[in-house]
Write a protein that binds this ligand. Structure first.
Ligand SMILES: [Zn+2]
Length: 367
């Protein structure tokens, strides 16, 4: 089921990627956004099917769709078209698996989806395709293909070379921008701290520690690629469970240095400045024990099912001694009834005849 669905989604996404390629050649920005967004949605669904399960793309409110996409076609009760999640939701779910596409690239991809959905507009110069959108689209297709286990050319043919060239051009523009940023930052550092000893500079670390202006997963200290002092990076966090702890790898997606004022605004700029991933601190595995999780869930269900009743009237004695329990299991209630009947000289069997007194696991109010 999953493999057939994935193949179908890949074939469909390739049709829209070809339409996006044609729009690129014809310089029709709006058309590019439409076709690229649909490619992203279809290919993103294929990633979710592969990495999680086809049921993870079903519209959660439509039970027939969940049955259908989880392989229980025979149980579907009517003729229907499976309902699935929309482009925004697809992006959010599949970017979880794409560490380097979080942050600015994900923003550019969301912008394409929003434009297709009519939520965002390209505005003036509508036929100019932003470099960021083009680059993010190309990177998304390549990363999705890797996660699905196919060659990117399966999706990008016949325009793979075009996408690749334009994407490289966008990347080389970013390289030029970053080279300029690095050179400017080195000059600034030299004029500010050139005469200062390294020890003295390091003693200023707390005072010049910059605020990170971007939120990804976590902020961390990180050596500056321009001046070599300690700056600060906003990073995505990848965790792998090993030896009872999570081994953490941090991927910087934004960087700022308080010594030389270097600022790198996204993963592309960070990569162009050769700032690579680094190890974070190990994290203890404190995930829920499956048994605890079940108990918590069960309690929450019971709380939801039991109707609220008025508190018993206040009494003069200590609450714990005088207040009757607000609810009791049917079985407990049956025991109380039996006891009361015995006191009144009635038979135990009378209580057993009451169907509600059998041990159904529901809660009732005893009064
Ligand atoms: Zn610096």
């Amino acid at each position: 089921m999953a493999e057939a669905l994935i193949s179908q989604l890949v074939v469909q996404s390739a049709e829209f990627a070809a339409a996006a390629g044609r729009a690129l050649i014809e310089k029709r920005g709006r058309q590019f956004a439409m076709s690229a967004a649909t490619t992203i949605e279809l290919l993103g669904k294929a990633v979710i099917c592969k990495q999680i399960h086809p049921a993870a793309v079903a519209d959660g409110k439509d039970f027939n769709s969940i049955l259908f996409l989880s392989g229980h076609k025979a149980l579907v009760t009517k003729k229907f078209r499976p309902k699935t999640i929309g482009g925004r939701e697809v992006l959010e779910r599949c970017v979880v698996f794409m560490t380097k596409l979080k942050g600015s690239h994900a923003d550019a991809l969301s912008m394409l989806v929003d434009m297709r959905n009519g939520v965002a507009h390209m505005g003036e110069g509508a036929d100019d395709i932003p470099d960021a959108a083009l680059r993010a689209f190309d990177l998304f297709v390549r990363e999705a293909a890797r996660l699905i286990g196919i060659s990117p050319s399966k999706v990008l043919v016949p325009y793979e070379r075009l996408f690749s060239r334009l994407s490289d051009e966008a990347a080389s523009k970013i390289h030029k921008i970053v080279e300029l940023k690095l050179a400017t930052a080195r000059d600034r550092f030299q004029s500010r701290y050139g005469d200062m000893s390294p020890e003295r500079r390091r003693s200023l670390r707390a005072a010049v520690r910059p605020q990170v202006m971007a939120a990804i997963d976590i902020d961390a200290d990180c050596e500056c690629p321009a001046c070599g002092e300690m700056g600060r990076a906003a990073c995505t966090k990848a965790k792998e469970l090993g030896d009872g702890v999570f081994k953490v790898t941090l991927y910087p997606g934004y960087f700022v240095c308080g010594y030389c004022d270097l600022q790198l605004d996204d993963f592309e700029e960070v990569e162009a400045a050769h700032l690579s991933e680094f190890d974070g601190e190990d994290e203890p595995y404190d995930g829920p024990d499956p048994d605890d999780a079940y108990d918590l869930w069960r309690e929450s269900q019971l709380e939801n099912e039991v109707p609220e009743v008025e508190e018993p009237a206040a009494s003069s004695g200590p609450a714990s001694l005088t207040r009757p329990p607000r609810f009791t299991r049917v079985q407990d209630y049956a025991d109380q009834v039996r006891t009361a009947m015995r006191h009144q000289g009635l038979s135990h069997a009378h209580a057993e005849e009451r169907p509600a007194c059998r041990s159904r696991s529901v809660y009732v109010h005893p009064s």
